[in-house]
Design a protein around this ligand. Structure first.
Ligand code: GLV
Ligand code: MN
Ligand code: MN
Length: 415
């Protein structure tokens, strides 16, 4: 057990962390089957942000909100407030999510700050806990929008023009109810604790994932246009079936990902025929594509090949098409010194661990080009996330927060 200079145990308050996760998990909860839905900028997202702001205020941290709506709770250090060692993640969710994706990283960061208060530890550098806006991208693309704006990879003006399926813009939502502020916070270093969301740690019976990098993520919205026709009277050879084109494309992008190899993946997550009627050959089909690859060269080549596939699939099905790329998050490798620090933190805490890649996108991916960043994972039971079945064991949740505490304190330098 690691101890402070005064001989106190350097551990977070586990019950307090679990209780705050449980309280936050009630916001947007729609029962066992439907889980939690807190889409970015929705009323539920706003409630979660208010919960976070209330917790920050209750603990006396300095609250800062930037023009994108990113929230920072700052615990000043001996050197003031600038360039804080920042921990964080996101409070928004996909549709029907579990309780830990994002929420864990934010509330574990808050618990680290509170633990330092409890132990009376002041630090040379300031510390902060952050909630980044619209990490999930389930409603407005691109995903990781808040960290993308902070890092300069997306301008606020462009982000404000993005619209959801109902035609509501990010700008309209940002202007509603004081969501956005005017503060500017630039993290000095960034640490993100997250559930793995995949099966590796569980399968290998390990406690901590030391994340070395994140794969690139490309998303597209597309539309195939064929000809709606009578399902009984139109011979198969004369059809221009847009849904058939989308089905063809779903198979083709999967084969492409397999061919590219090295863990590359491709997914058609949305597909909607038009007019969506039982006895009508679909004349239109809306679809989305998600392509990911870890190796930068494969990522670039894969994106070109995906776009070529859409073109060739449209051609062989006699369809016209529209395609718009809406996300392009490049693969990153985290700062080697910070990665080594996370590894050392896991080792010192007596945890079993391995180095690994992240399959999911994270705010750390966008922050890595502008400040040293690193991540750590804890196991996800069953390897699932983005579903109400997402679960991590309480002892793993507390263990991960303890490793985060060790890393953050080493960076912030106790006085
Ligand atoms: C975000 O969770 C993503 O990886 O899609
Ligand atoms: Mn997440
Ligand atoms: Mn997610």
């Amino acid at each position: 057990m690691k101890r402070t200079a005064r001989g106190q145990d350097l551990v977070v308050n586990g019950p307090r962390l679990l209780q705050s996760l449980e309280r936050l998990g009630r916001i947007g909860w729609n029962g066992e089957e439907a889980g939690i839905t807190r889409l970015a900028f929705s009323d539920e997202d706003r409630q979660a942000r208010q919960f976070f702001l209330d917790e920050l205020a209750a603990s006396g941290y300095v609250c800062r909100i930037d023009a994108a709506g990113n929230i920072f709770g700052v615990r000043p250090g001996g050197e003031g407030e600038n360039a804080p060692i920042t921990m964080g993640s996101h409070l928004d969710t996909v549709h029907q999510a579990g309780p830990y994706d994002g929420a864990y990283g934010v509330l574990a960061g808050l618990e680290v700050l509170r633990t330092l208060d409890d132990l009376g530890i002041a630090t040379r550098h300031p510390l902060a806990v952050a909630n980044f806006v619209n990490e999930e991208g389930a409603r407005f693309q691109p995903d990781m929008m808040g960290s993308m704006i902070l890092s300069g990879a997306l301008s606020l003006e462009e982000a404000r023009t993005k619209r959801d399926d109902a035609g509501i813009s990010v700008g309209e939502e940002l202007d509603r109810d004081g969501y956005a502020g005017t503060d500017r916070v630039a993290p000095g270093k960034y640490l993100e604790l997250h559930v793995e969301q995949g099966p590796i740690l569980e399968a290998e019976d390990l406690q901590i994932g030391v994340v070395e990098g994140v794969q690139g993520i490309a998303w597209w919205q597309g539309f195939f246009l064929g000809q709606a026709a009578h399902a009984g009277c139109t011979p198969l050879v004369l059809r221009k079936d847009a849904l058939l084109g989308a089905a063809d494309l779903a198979l083709a992008v999967r084969a492409l990902a397999e061919e590219l190899g090295d863990g590359s993946v491709a997914t058609m997550g949305r597909c909607a025929p038009e007019p969506d009627v039982i006895n009508v050959v679909p004349g239109g089909a809306r679809f989305t594509l998600d392509f990911r690859s870890y190796d930068p060269e494969r990522f670039e080549r894969g994106k070109i090949l995906v776009e070529e596939l859409v073109r060739s699939v449209a051609f062989r099905n006699g369809l016209e098409y529209r395609l718009e790329q809406v996300t392009n998050a490049l693969p990153v490798r985290f700062d080697p010194t910070l990665v080594a620090l996370v590894e050392q933190g896991a080792r010192e805490r007596g945890c079993t661990y391995r180095r690994m890649r992240s399959g999911a996108g994270h705010d750390a991916q966008l922050l890595a080009p502008v400040c040293p960043a690193a991540m750590l994972f804890i196991p996800s039971v069953g390897g699932v996330s983005h579903t109400p079945k997402e679960y991590s064991a309480p002892e793993d949740l507390v263990r991960g927060a303890n490793v985060l505490l060790a890393c953050a304190l080493a960076l912030a330098e106790p006085l």
